[in-house]
Design a protein around this ligand. Structure first.
Ligand SMILES: NC(=O)c1ccc[n+]([C@@H]2O[C@H](COP(=O)([O-])OP(=O)(O)OC[C@H]3O[C@@H](n4cnc5c(N)ncnc54)[C@H](OP(=O)(O)O)[C@@H]3O)[C@@H](O)[C@H]2O)c1
Length: 337
């Protein structure tokens, strides 16, 4: 099968950073679905895993943790899907990724592709939807059915892949959404997705929040630069409020700054359930099916913004470069082989 891989971890400008190669088509293990990949999307996890280091792979490593496609075979213990089903999923960081014609993925982290979307539009969604959904509803325990209606949330990095879906989910839960964006087109994008108000993350956000008429924010989702925003976040969060971060901090965060307010901090890592095969791993299957239903009901929409074809090293390099610029808006999808 065709695949894009790496053996050396190099800057994306290096001609050998990613290359096209022929890989062996995998066979499904017990709970696996073997999926013919139709479209993929790229995420900062791809560039972080690819980041330059001394390590050398003996067999090419396949990146990619977002795909849509068709099931062509199933493992012997599969119960949730059948051959021919159209699916979308992010996959498992400990296994080979989706930048290949065929991929094995555990059925418990796969959802049925929204019927109303093309494979390209669907591939934009899984990883960021899982991250946004788990951040809001599993980690911060916001009530999706509406009992937290009217509470405020600040989404830092609103126009990014995760922010773009989180804005829509937070609005559905009835929250007052303040999104951060710093450029005219990302400001327009977050407003179009439903943000009630916008602040600029290139400046201190606390004075901007006060200017908007709020002393404190009930929930803060840090979807970019945890270290850079921490001191501002602890000032903005409401006493007894909840902060979630999806971005690793490079230095220890000063926890004493949230103690007197009795604020909770949760980390969200969307690979936790698959990486540790947690007892509730199947929640990602349920979550993706729910996202699929919300899409088909017209309640949320795809965040696809840039589409490249075909899936090859050249286009993946373009996508990695765009992500590494820090200026992506919505999602970059690559389709077809
Ligand atoms: N823990 C997890 O499970 C998980 C899952 C997904 C992603 N992540 C991490 O979350 C981060 C965001 O992912 P993503 O897919 O949303 O990224 P992305 O799509 O590449 O984000 C791009 C956006 O980030 C904004 N941005 C750039 N610098 C910023 C800053 N200093 N403060 C706030 N916003 C800034 C930009 O907005 P402007 O152009 O308006 O400045 C741009 O629209 C990455 O670090 C990624 O690795 C973690």
């Amino acid at each position: 099968m065709k695949a894009v891989g790496l053996t050396h971890y190099l800057p994306i400008s290096d001609p050998n950073s990613l290359f096209d190669f022929e890989a062996k088509k995998p066979s499904p293990r017990s709970h696996d679905l073997l999926v013919q990949v139709k479209a993929i999307s790229v995420n900062p996890v791809d560039t972080k895993v690819r980041a330059p280091k001394e390590l050398v792979e003996r067999e090419p490593k396949i990146l990619g943790w977002d795909a849509s496609g068709i099931i062509i075979a199933v493992g012997k213990d599969v119960t949730l899907f059948k051959k021919g089903d159209e699916v979308f999923y992010a996959g498992d960081i400990t296994r080979q990724g989706s930048n290949a014609q065929f991929q094995n993925v555990d059925e418990r982290i796969v959802g049925l592709k929204p019927k109303s979307l093309s494979f390209e539009q669907a591939a934009a969604l899984p990883l960021t939807s899982i991250t946004a959904y788990e951040s809001l509803f599993d980690r911060m325990k916001i009530d999706f059915s509406g009992s937290d209606k009217g509470k405020s949330i600040l989404i830092i990095g609103g126009a990014g892949g995760v922010g773009s879906i989180a804005i829509q989910l937070a609005k559905l839960a009835g929250l007052h959404v303040i999104a951060s964006a710093s450029r005219p087109d990302t400001i327009a994008w977050v407003k179009d997705l439903g943000a009630d108000e916008v602040v600029n993350h290139r400046q201190k956000m606390k004075p901007q929040i006060v200017e908007l008429g709020s002393e404190y924010i009930d929930y803060i989702a840090i979807f970019n630069d945890t270290d850079g925003h921490w001191n501002d976040v602890v000032k903005m969060i409401k006493p007894q409020g909840h902060i979630v971060s999806i971005v690793e901090s490079k230095a220890p965060l000063d926890m004493s700054l949230i103690r007197s307010k009795s604020v909770s901090l949760s980390w969200e890592f969307m690979f936790t359930r698959s990486m540790f095969e947690t007892d509730d791993m199947i929640k990602q299957h349920e979550l993706l099916n729910e996202v699929s239903s919300l899409i088909d009901a017209g309640k949320i929409r795809t965040t696809l913004e840039v589409l490249l074809t075909p899936i090859n090293a050249q286009n993946l390099k373009k996508a990695h470069e765009l992500l590494e610029s820090g200026r992506a808006k919505g999602k970059i999808v690559i389709a077809g082989f």
